[in-house]
Design a protein around this ligand. Structure first.
Ligand SMILES: [Zn+2]
Length: 318
C-alpha cells in the first residue's frame, strides 16, 4: 500500500487573483516540480480532488456565506460575458475569478476525500496541494486569500460523518488561523494548536481563547529552535493528553526564513521536525491518520523545499 495520498486538481491552478498576487497558481507548480525532481512524488498515491458538496461545506460555514459566494460566482460569469472585469474583489487582498468557485470546492473536496480515504484505511495520511487556502475563512466571511475553511470543514466532517469523537487541528502558518478558531473554538471535540507571528495579520489570537484553542503568538524574528521548544512545551503534552483520533494540519509554509510575507525564521528541517512529532502522535493515538492541507507559503523555492520536507516525513521517507 502506498500510504501517503496526494490530492490536487487542475481547477486549483485556475483560480487567479490578478497579476503580481503572491497567492498565485505558480505555487502549485513549485510544489509539483520539487516533488518530481526529488523523486518524493513517486512515493505518493496521487488522486484527483472532487468538488465538495455544499451540505458538507455547511458543517463549518453559514448557509448565507456559501450562498453569497455562489452568487458572486454567478455575477462574475455575467460580468465576464458582458465584457467586464474578470475579477470581483472581496477585500483588498482577496478576489474571485471565473474559476475560483470550483477551485474552492476542489480545495475542500480534497480535504474531504482525503479524510474518507484515510478513514477507510486506503491511505495512512495525505497531503492536499490545493488553493485557495482556507484558515482565515470564518463561519460567515471570506478574507485573507481564503473563502472556505477546508480544514475546519474536514474536521467537522470527520466528527459528524465518520463519528470520530476527538480530532486535532494543527496550524503552523505564519498567520493566525482566525477562521478555524472562529469555527471550532468552543467545540470540545476539537483541540487546535497553533503558532503564529504576532502582532501581524489578522491581528487576532492573542486575547484569551476558548479552552480548546492552544494558539501561541510569537514575535517577529523568532527562529526555528525557539519554535520547536514551543511546540514541545505547549503543543505536544496537550496533544498527548487529548489523544486525537485524527490530526488535520493547516500546513502554511510562510513562516520560512526566505518568505517575505512573514518575518519568522523556520527552515525545511524545522518543518520536518514538527511533522515528525505530529506523525508520532498520530501513530500512537490515531492509527497514523493525518490530513494536511496547504495554506500559505509564498517564496516559491522555499515552498517547494518545505512541502517536500513535510511530505517526506508523512511518507516515512525521513
Ligand atoms: Zn499565512
Amino acid at each position: 500500500m502506498t500510504k501517503t495520498g496526494y490530492f490536487t486538481h487542475a481547477d486549483c491552478r485556475r483560480h487567479d487573483m490578478g497579476r503580481g498576487h503572491p497567492e498565485c497558481p505558480g505555487r502549485l507548480d513549485a510544489i509539483e516540480d520539487r516533488l518530481l525532481a526529488s523523486g518524493v512524488g513517486d512515493a505518493l498515491d496521487r488522486r484527483e480532488a472532487p468538488l465538495a458538496g455544499t451540505a458538507d461545506i455547511e458543517l463549518a460555514h453559514d448557509r448565507m456565506h456559501v450562498a453569497a459566494l455562489r452568487g458572486l460566482a454567478d455575477e462574475l460569469r455575467d460580468q465576464v460575458e458582458a465584457g467586464g472585469s474578470e475579477l470581483i474583489a472581496i477585500d483588498p487582498d482577496t478576489a474571485m475569478n471565473g474559476h475560483s468557485w470550483n477551485a474552492m470546492l476542489r480545495a475542500a473536496g480534497a480535504a474531504l476525500a482525503a479524510t474518507d480515504a484515510v478513514m477507510a484505511g486506503e491511505l495512512e495520511n495525505a497531503f492536499c496541494a490545493v488553493r485557495p487556502p482556507g484558515h482565515h475563512a470564518t463561519r460567515t466571511r471570506a478574507m485573507g486569500f481564503c473563502f472556505f475553511n477546508s480544514v475546519a470543514v474536514a474536521a467537522r466532517y470527520a466528527l459528524e460523518r465518520h463519528g470520530l469523537k476527538r480530532v486535532a487541528v494543527v496550524d503552523f502558518d505564519v498567520h493566525h488561523g482566525n477562521g478555524t478558531e472562529d469555527i471550532l473554538g468552543g467545540d470540545e471535540r476539537v483541540l487546535m494548536v497553533g503558532i503564529f507571528q504576532h502582532p501581524f495579520y489578522p491581528y487576532s489570537g492573542d486575547a484569551p481563547q476558548a479552552a480548546n484553542m492552544i494558539n501561541v503568538p510569537v514575535p517577529a524574528y523568532t527562529r526555528g529552535p525557539a519554535i520547536r521548544d514551543i511546540v514541545a512545551q505547549a503543543w505536544l503534552p496537550r496533544l498527548e493528553e487529548f489523544k486525537p483520533e485524527m490530526i488535520f494540519i493547516s500546513a502554511g509554509f510562510d513562516a520560512h526564513r526566505d518568505d517575505d510575507l512573514g518575518q519568522l525564521g523556520m527552515v525545511e528541517a524545522d518543518y520536518a521536525w514538527i511533522t515528525r512529532q505530529l506523525r508520532d502522535v498520530a501513530k500512537r493515538h490515531a492509527k497514523g491518520r493525518i490530513v494536511s492541507c496547504l495554506e500559505g507559503g509564498y517564496n516559491l523555492d522555499a515552498l517547494g523545499r518545505s512541502v517536500e520536507a513535510h511530505v517526506r516525513v508523512l511518507a516515512d521517507l525521513a
